[in-house]
Design a protein around this ligand. Structure first.
Ligand SMILES: [Zn+2]
Length: 76
């Protein structure tokens, strides 16, 4: 588990704190803003469990960009 355990356990508390520097991104598979960076260029969706490689600081996928635009107004 490692870093995953840390994130899940206090996610509610850290959400606000890490919002800026560890922002979640939309999942290219399910579309939910549950994608978190697990390592260098490695991303994991907390919702559907999808793992995928991406940019070092953002998933940078076409679907992700589209989903982010669609969801940005809702979630914030
Ligand atoms: Zn997903």
């Amino acid at each position: 588990m490692g870093t995953s355990r840390y994130g899940v356990k206090i996610r509610k508390q850290e959400t606000a704190v890490l919002k800026e520097k560890n922002k979640r991104h939309p999942c290219p598979r399910c579309g939910k803003p549950s994608v978190k960076r697990e390592g260098h260029a490695r991303w994991v969706c907390r919702s559907c469990g999808r793992e995928f490689a991406g940019g070092a600081y953002s998933p940078q996928t076409e679907t992700g960009v589209a989903a982010r635009k669609a969801l940005s107004g809702k979630k914030e």
